[in-house]
Write a new protein. Structure first.
Length: 358
């Protein structure tokens, strides 16, 4: 299948709530408490609602395998290693990444409300899904939120031929007045590794600028790309950014870094992922009402430009996801057949097939 062809789907849209029930049931079967299971499931469904299928239900089986092996602990117990006013260091003790990061959001926002800024450094965590799931939460509470994380290695240092650096994503979200949160969410690779896994699963080709093979040659074969190296975005600039995210997330937190980190695709090894989060209380800079009015003015001006050929409108950061979410909640999610088949497989393996009502 070429890159421009659409993946095979069932043609049937499914209510997000039904998919949420299935994913939560799978997590509960692995020993996760009810509230944590709902949160972890919601992060997957929300990614699909935003149109980020590489981070959606596609990953349910990977997380379930890590829970089954014990590489990721089903019951998450976090502790505060450092409690120093605006700064804290949280240890996730190999618990569920989504749960750890959600707790870190609350901690960062709470400290920002008290000190103007809240910084939370997280060690011994796991992969948590999309960064913007968490930064949006802070933005909705009147904070500018920054979140970054290191990840299992899939990129080589610039000029090298050994995997050392992860895609190492980061996100910034700000309150956007009447528009809602304005959100940037990006990896420092040219493409998220999950998209290459998705292409490999569907036997699709990939653009030749996404990755190189094990010998350092451009490739359109996703299998060769996974065996080789994902390319950084913007060449050496993406390499430098990925390195700094790894230092802030892994070295500063006291967690693992470089090839000491293991990603969600690894079913048996502890992750060692680290995160770095900053919350800035907008009200410490200026009244929140004034800021929101200025953001409305900013976004109106940003979109008020002549359109380039082939474009119907200018989107502000995060607007495409917002529109996709509205449409998918109204019509239901249309997911690829192979994703639904894998969800069914995992549900049966977990003994919760009764939730497969779609």
């Amino acid at each position: 299948m070429s890159q421009t062809e659409q993946p095979s789907t069932t043609g049937m849209r499914i209510a997000p709530e039904k998919l949420l029930e299935v994913a939560a049931a799978v997590y509960r079967s692995a020993g996760m408490p009810e509230q944590d299971a709902k949160l972890a499931a919601d992060t997957l469904i929300q990614a699909d609602l935003w149109g980020h299928q590489s981070h959606g239900l596609l990953r349910l089986g990977w997380y379930y395998a890590r829970l089954q092996s014990g590489a990721m602990k089903a019951v998450t117990e976090t502790s505060m290693v450092v409690d120093a006013g605006a700064i804290s260091v949280m240890d996730g003790h190999d618990g569920v990444g989504q749960v750890i990061t959600r707790r870190a959001v609350d901690e960062a926002v709470s400290r920002a409300k008290q000190h103007g800024v809240g910084v939370v450094s997280v060690r011994n965590s796991n992969h948590f899904g999309t960064c913007m799931y968490y930064t949006r939460i802070g933005a909705e509470q009147g904070c500018v939120m920054v979140l970054m994380s290191n990840a299992g290695p899939n990129m080589a240092p610039w000029g090298g031929l050994k995997k050392k650096i992860g895609t190492n994503p980061w996100s910034i979200a700000v309150p956007g007045g009447a528009h809602g949160p304005v959100v940037m969410d990006m990896a420092n690779s040219g493409v998220a590794r999950g998209k290459i896994y998705l292409a490999n699963k569907r036997r699709e080709s990939i653009p030749d600028h996404w990755a190189i093979d094990a010998q350092g040659r451009p490739t359109t074969d996703p299998k060769a790309a996974l065996e080789g190296f994902i390319l950084p975005m913007a060449g050496h600039k993406g390499y430098v950014m990925g390195t700094m995210v790894d230092i802030l997330s892994g070295v500063l937190s006291g967690s693992q870094f470089l090839d000491g980190v293991h990603g969600p695709y690894d079913p048996v090894n502890r992750s060692g992922a680290g995160h770095f989060m900053v919350a800035l209380n907008v009200a410490a800079f200026q009244p929140i009402g004034e800021f929101n009015a200025r953001m409305d003015e900013y976004l109106t001006s940003l979109k008020d430009v002549p359109l380039a050929a082939g474009h119907k409108q200018v989107f502000y950061p995060g607007e495409m996801e917002k529109l996709a979410d509205l449409e998918n909640r109204k019509l239901g999610l249309l997911l690829p057949e192979d994703t639904l088949e894998d969800v069914a497989r995992v549900a049966k393996e977990a003994g919760v097939a009764e939730f497969l009502s779609f």
